[in-house]
Ligand binder design. Structure first.
Ligand SMILES: O=C(O)CCC(=O)C(=O)O
Ligand SMILES: [Fe+2]
Length: 404
């Protein structure tokens, strides 16, 4: 990894260890648990990104839910346009029944979690999972080496409260295998809302995965060497939801040229598929439209341009993770993304709540890697086969302990 090419972000998340200049603090946290993981992104245009006028805004390719649920419908054109080698790497699904209510119900709880008394939040922390279950705030390091207090996260597996009872596995894969922690007495509605939205995002994600599989097979890749994306996701016990709360930014901290990664640093999700809701903004507890058209989710396109991505409030978006890119032999591409905070004057006291559903293979899932892969080639054994759990462990070692 060429250190000089890493994007310098305020909130460089996830993978970046100190040795690579990323200033990461908690090596394992991002690597395993949500496997949302974060690969720092190479970029040659950092200076331009930080000083140029707001980048253009691009609408996601959108698929109506009524089409998505038809298994025999040919959606390969849209899948290619959205997620293929020339796509943005994000696609949105419109008119998902029940989604708008579940989204609002959960996102409205994000500020409530973040504002629970400190001692209650402490109880909700799980250091043994490297903060991949329960409450996590100020555990990751910023680029500057300071702790990231810009956002707080609440993590849980919305599908399984206890993925396994095998102690060996719990010790080996604590970020996947430990049990959920819910604020049962302080915010009992969180568990219900979190599970309901997470399950819906998984169900819709499975439908999308089916169409992704069809597209990949049409491309002549043949069935994936292991399971299809749909089967991989369906049989996994590792899914992880992340309720994110971005604290209002202080204007004094906004002087860094309004960097596009001022709220969440550049990274690529690591697993199979990530579901994303459109964020909810509030100001002094009142829901408001996003107060700054430049704020929100940004991605870097295949031809190295930074664009702001938009999708409708009631659409459900999905991004491709690195593992899917590798297993689809590049037919589906993972996309570097980050989040920009509002920076205009009237954006003070504005917070942002959103939810990400990281769908990733089971720790036991055998992944058959192609002989050439775009990421982490050195981790793959000669026979090209690793379980996802083993692969994740190697990634963690690579980034945080410097061994492969
Ligand atoms: O806040 C967002 O919209 C995106 C969050 C994200 O990319 C992540 O948690 O991996
Ligand atoms: Fe992400």
């Amino acid at each position: 990894m060429e250190i000089g090419l890493l994007v310098r972000t305020q909130t460089q998340p996830g993978w970046a260890p100190t040795t690579r200049g990323g200033g990461r603090r908690r090596p394992l946290a991002l690597a395993l648990g949500r496997l949302s993981s974060r690969r720092p992104v190479r970029c040659r245009c950092l200076a331009a990104m930080q000083t140029s006028p707001p980048p253009p805004s691009v609408r996601t390719v959108s698929i109506p839910f009524s089409d998505l649920k038809e298994r025999d419908r040919d959606l390969s054109g849209k899948i290619e346009e959205g997620l293929g080698p020339n796509g943005l790497g994000i696609i949105s699904i419109a008119d998902v029944p029940g989604f708008p209510v579940l989204r609002k119900t959960l996102l409205r709880l994000a500020p409530k979690v973040a504002n629970l008394p400190e001692d209650v939040k402490k109880e909700l922390e799980d250091p043994d999972s490297r903060f991949n279950f329960g409450w996590s705030h100020g555990k990751e390091k910023l680029e500057s080496g300071k702790l990231d207090t810009f956002k707080g996260s609440f993590y849980a597996n919305p599908i399984l409260d206890a993925p396994t009872t095998d102690d060996v596995l719990v010790r080996r894969y604590p970020s996947y295998c430990r049990t959920n922690i819910w604020p049962a007495s302080h915010l009992p509605e969180l568990e219900i809302a979190f599970k309901a939205l997470g399950k819906l995002m998984l169900e819709v994600g499975l439908m999308l995965a089916h169409h992704c599989d069809r597209y990949v097979m049409q491309q002549g890749v043949g069935p994936y060497d292991g399971e299809s994306l749909e089967q991989t996701i369906a049989s996994s016990r590792c899914h992880k939801g992340r309720l994110l709360y971005y604290y209002p930014q202080q204007f004094s901290k906004q002087e860094e040229g309004g960097s596009v990664s001022s709220w969440c640093g550049w990274h690529t999700d690591h697993g199979s598929l990530t579901g994303l809701t459109c964020a909810l903004f509030t100001k002094n507890s009142m829901e408001i439209p996003c107060p700054d058209s430049a704020a929100g989710l940004y991605i870097r396109t295949r031809d190295d341009k930074v664009v702001k991505v938009t999708f409708e409030e009631n659409e459900l978006a999905y991004q491709v993770g690195e593992t899917t890119e590798i297993l689809s032999r590049g037919r589906l591409c993972a996309t570097p993304h980050c989040v920009k905070a509002p920076s205009s004057e009237n954006a003070s006291n504005v917070d942002r709540s959103t939810f990400a559903m990281f769908m990733q293979p089971d720790w036991d899932e055998k992944l058959k890697f192609p002989s050439e892969i775009p990421y982490h080639q050195e981790l793959i054994p000669p026979n090209g086969t690793l379980t996802f759990g083993e692969y994740s462990e190697r990634l963690v070692n690579k980034y945080y302990q410097g061994k492969t």
